[in-house]
Design a protein around this ligand. Structure first.
Ligand code: 1HN
Length: 356
């Protein structure tokens, strides 16, 4: 090809630059000048590994609680913004994370939107609740609660202690697709249309209504209580079979079709026994980890992060990660894996060399 190419391949750099400048106002760009940045041999993410300490976030949320009520704020949340993605309300390229507080007596008003949400409860006392589609559920520490897209939801706290939880949403993904719709509820708080616990009993007791057909893709269960998930991990560990990269790692499912609980956000709960050192692992789904129990440290790329309960850290796409729990540890995690799987993009690699 080179011999038939009439244009010289060197010494016209200034001409080329002039050409790029000339086509710029005409809204054109030369592919060859940007190709290497567009089609990289491996993921080249701006997302950086980072860790947030829960105590530090809680201190700031206490200050925020004196500045604004949950009702006025609509949601009193501090966004955890990835240092490589500043100004984009993103913890990974496709996902959002925030920590929300609801003080005793406060309400966070009813609304709905096309973004899907998960709550992972970090610190709750009796009385904290969320309501999804007219079904109220108490929020206990460690509970995993979902708000499928376009479902009305409101939160409240009838107890005497503040409640704190992690919000994980697919906001950057929906923004990328320009598919955001939202509306307020007709009333601040939804009426209780169904008994508390109905969805878990109906869909989460290894039975389904006989003629049930899966609907939107999201799980019909709104609350996956920590007590149940934790007990399951404790019974499963007796087999003493550990995945070298994951320890014992389970995914939260939609019981009607075996898919992920939320179509756009994959969620897992993982037990790592004290002293276990995981083999190096990497995958294309940048992942947010929340230690629920135990202390330890994780290496992401070259950086070590020490963690304890309720801290939160993020591992970018394709960054090698190793966990070293000092105590029995339970980690909650979420990522965009279901989206990547649906598009045949998801990849993982186990036991890669340290600098692979
Ligand atoms: C939202 O609806 C909640 O319902 C939390 O608690 C965080 C961030 C952006 C957009 C909607 C909630 C949110 C949110």
């Amino acid at each position: 090809m080179a011999s038939t190419n009439p244009t010289p391949s060197t010494d016209n750099a200034a001409e080329r630059e002039a050409f790029y400048d000339a086509i710029d106002p005409e809204h054109m760009r030369a592919l060859w000048s940007v190709l290497d940045d567009l089609v990289t041999p491996q993921p080249a993410s701006r997302c950086q590994p980072w860790l947030w300490r829960f105590d530090a976030v809680r201190t700031r949320l206490e200050q925020a609680g004196k500045l604004i009520s949950a009702e006025e704020a609509v949601r009193r949340v501090l966004i955890l913004e990835n240092p490589g993605l500043r100004g984009r309300a993103s913890i990974t390229t496709s996902l959002y994370a925030g920590i929300q507080s609801v003080l005793p007596g406060e309400v966070a008003p009813s609304h709905r939107h096309t973004q899907s949400a998960l709550r992972f409860v970090l610190d709750a006392a009796p009385g904290a609740f969320t309501r999804v589609d007219g079904e109220k559920t108490e929020m206990h520490t460690g509970d995993f609660v979902i708000t499928p897209n376009w479902h009305f939801h409101d939160h409240g706290n009838d107890g005497d202690q503040p409640v704190y939880w992690l919000d994980g949403l697919d906001i950057p993904l929906v923004q990328f697709l320009d598919a955001s719709f939202a509306e307020k509820g007709s009333e601040t708080q939804q009426r209780d249309a169904r008994p508390a616990g109905d969805s878990l009993a109906r869909y989460g007791a290894n039975m389904l209504p006989v003629d049930y057909r899966p609907g939107s893709g999201a799980s019909p269960i709104f609350n996956y209580p920590y007590a149940r998930s934790r007990e399951a991990l404790e019974i499963m560990r007796r087999r003493d079979e550990w995945d070298p990269c994951h320890g014992l790692k389970m995914r939260y499912v939609n019981p009607a079709d075996g898919g992920w609980a939320i179509p756009t956000i994959g969620t897992t709960l993982q037990l790592l026994p004290a002293g276990f050192v995981t083999e190096t692992y990497r995958s294309t789904d940048a992942t947010v980890f929340v230690p629920v129990e135990g202390r330890g440290r994780s290496r992401i790329g070259e950086q070590w992060f020490e963690w304890g309960p309720r801290d939160l850290f993020v591992c970018p796409s394709w960054a090698p990660i190793v966990h070293e729990p000092a105590e029995d540890a339970v980690l909650f995690a979420y990522s965009d894996r279901p989206v990547q799987e649906a598009l045949s993009l998801w990849r993982e690699s186990r036991g890669v060399p340290d600098r692979g």
